[in-house]
Design a protein around this ligand. Structure first.
Ligand SMILES: [Zn+2]
Length: 614
């Protein structure tokens, strides 16, 4: 089943690439392009560029490239039709199919309905908290126990789910099936629908771009456990990839290059209130691959703000693996044991800020905790502590890092570092990971450069300024030339890219996201000059290979060519003459290339010469 081409083009044109990509990574405007951290490979400085006008992206780091459709396919692992359908849904375009199929896919309609239902429900719960007669206890709890005022409640759209079996089901005015799909209601075997959240304070959860995807509900003191109840899996909610607060934190995360991950909704709010706007939380689950992958789109430094005991028991191996695989730097903020960031944010915001600022690498944090707990007063106890510390150190995959911490332990436990080294001479199993660190495939470099590159860039971005003056003969580099060929025979850049061979397509994609500030006139002069000089060298070489009598045939052409080259940059600034000289030279070059032979050269040269001088 194929979507008609016209509709695919419509979808491309209707999609705002920057808005779309912005849901997956943070983009910053640089000149006419947008750049950000590539979602397709791990990197610390942004190589991912988007040209919003042309709807194309290119990554200078890993070579990922394409248009909006490719982007959606790659990032959401969809096939072509699914990607087009998804984009069509966003833009409200009704797709037509080559054969009978028609309309958006059922799955897509279902997701759209879930978002709508959640949006409605979250607003309903929020209003219920603000003004419902049954929510005064919840309001009192938030104000008295949490210190939340009305502004804060509005900012985070906190709500109240009433204590009834089916208050939402009966009052929201949404089909029951949609409520079930959105995770807001359950249905039992007798077909009876029940509210999923009852007698709970609701913290709505949004995806990074701001669409609601679910909620977390906290019971009031003395309520029915569990203390927290979160949306369970729906078509739009996968807890291993959901981070509460990322929609609000996104900007700060990018600005600070750091994200603070905590465990609860109130921790996020507390951190935001204490001035740590880059805080997010996992929702009822431990940090997982999917969270890290999502976070790497925004920042590479991850600070865990957990209760110290929780942090200390976290699985070290996973952290090291993430640091290696996603090239992230994971640190731990020393939140006092038994406290959580939400408490600390109220009781001692300064201490909270300090803990975040002074977050240590995970291994350093664990060793510090171990040594702080250990008795270091006797030789026996120091050796025991060193042994325990070495067990932690051995888990780290990098030998250099291991050795750094070994020195610290040797120092603190007053043991000769070499003795400690011998103690830990077995290589840890994790070492094999270092071998596949270089997992990013870089594309073969395209070496088109200088005026040829500039001219192509202009042909892509400002064709009206150069298209009429460009000729194939002006391009020496085979890829530049083939880029020019496809550009001049296609009506759009997308068409040109489709028609190009892989290397040429790569060059075009790259050009599409590059700025061009060059002056067209200057680029053309340099380009024509270089082509003229190449021709001159070629002619001189050919002349040297023929006998003296034939050499005379070359003389007028060479003389004319030299003069034409000089006229390209007139000393007295006669621009009109220079333009004529340039046009004449380009005409001659094209003719010369087509005829090629020595006589042909002379004739073409002579003809053009007389034409140019008439
Ligand atoms: Zn990349």
């Amino acid at each position: 089943m194929g979507i008609v081409d016209e509709d695919i083009a419509k979808v491309r044109a209707a999609t705002d690439f920057v808005a779309l990509a912005g849901e997956h990574l943070a983009l910053r405007r640089v000149g006419t392009r947008w750049v950000g951290l590539c979602p397709f490979h791990a990197e610390n400085s942004p190589s991912f560029s988007v040209n919003s006008e042309l709807g194309l992206y290119y990554c200078f780091g890993c070579g990922a490239k394409g248009d909006v459709i490719t982007f959606v396919r790659e990032i959401e692992h969809l096939d072509f039709v699914e990607a087009v359908e998804k984009l069509a849904g966003r833009s409200g375009i009704t797709l037509r199919y080559d054969d009978q199929g028609g309309g958006r896919s059922g799955d897509q309609l279902r997701r759209a309905r879930i978002y709508e239902t959640l949006e409605k429900a979250i607003e309903w719960y929020h209003q219920r908290l603000l003004s419902g007669s049954d929510s005064s206890r919840a309001r009192h709890y938030l104000r008295a126990e949490r210190g939340y005022d009305g502004d804060l409640v509005r900012r985070f759209r906190i709500g109240w789910a009433p204590d009834g079996w089916d208050t939402l089901v009966k009052n929201l005015g949404v089909p029951k099936k949609d409520l079930v799909d959105a995770g807001l209601a359950t249905v039992d075997s007798s077909g009876r629908h029940t509210d999923f959240f009852r007698a709970r304070i609701l913290f709505p959860i949004f995806e990074p771009a701001g669409k609601p995807i679910g909620a977390g509900g906290r019971m009031l003191p003395g309520g029915r456990p569990p203390k927290y109840k979160n949306t369970s899996g729906t078509a739009v909610y996968d807890k291993s990839r959901v981070l509460y607060g990322l929609n609000w934190a996104k900007k700060d995360v990018v600005d600070k290059g750091r994200v603070v991950v905590c465990e609860g909704y109130t921790d996020v709010i507390g951190l935001h209130e204490a001035g740590v706007g880059e805080a997010v939380a996992t929702c009822g689950t431990a940090l997982a691959d999917g969270h890290i992958r999502l976070l790497t789109n925004f920042a590479r430094k991850i600070v865990l703000a957990y209760d110290a005991d929780v942090a200390g028991q976290a699985a070290a191996e996973r952290f090291y693996e993430w640091e290696d695989r996603f090239q992230v730097d994971i640190r731990v903020a020393a939140i006092p044991a038994g406290a959580d960031p939400a408490d600390l944010a109220r009781s001692d915001p300064e201490a909270l800020l300090k803990a975040v600022e002074e977050a240590r690498p995970f291994l350093g944090f664990r060793i510090e905790r171990l040594l702080a707990r250990s008795d270091l007063s006797s030789p026996e106890s120091r050796v025991r502590a060193a042994g325990e510390a070495m067990a932690l150190i051995r888990e780290h995959p990098s030998e250099l890092v291991r050795d750094q911490y070994l020195m610290t332990v040797a120092d603190r436990c007053r043991i000769d570092p070499n003795r400690l080294r011998n103690m830990s001479s077995q290589r840890p199993v994790a070492d094999h990971r270092e071998a596949d660190r270089e997992h990013v495939q870089r594309p073969a470099p395209v070496t088109v450069s200088g005026a040829e590159l500039e001219a192509l860039r202009l042909a892509v971005h400002r064709p009206e300024e150069v298209a009429s003056q460009l000729e194939a003969v002006l391009f020496e580099h085979p890829i530049a030339r083939s880029a020019f060929d496809v550009l001049s025979s296609a009506s759009t850049l997308h068409e040109a890219i489709d028609a190009a061979d892989p290397q040429t397509a790569d060059l075009l994609q790259r050009l599409a996201v590059e700025d061009s500030e060059a002056a067209a006139g200057d680029v053309m002069t340099r380009l024509v000059e270089r082509a003229g000089q190449r021709a001159l060298k070629e002619l001189q070489a050919q002349m040297r290979q023929v006998d003296a009598s034939a050499q005379a045939d070359f003389a007028p052409t060479i003389a004319w060519l030299k003069l034409a080259l000089e006229s390209l940059r007139p000393e007295d600034g006669k621009l009109a003459d220079a333009t004529d000289a340039q046009k004449g030279l380009v005409r001659w070059l094209s003719a010369w290339e087509q005829t090629g032979t020595a006589t042909g050269i002379a004739q073409a040269g002579t003809n053009t010469q007389s034409e140019a001088s008439s």
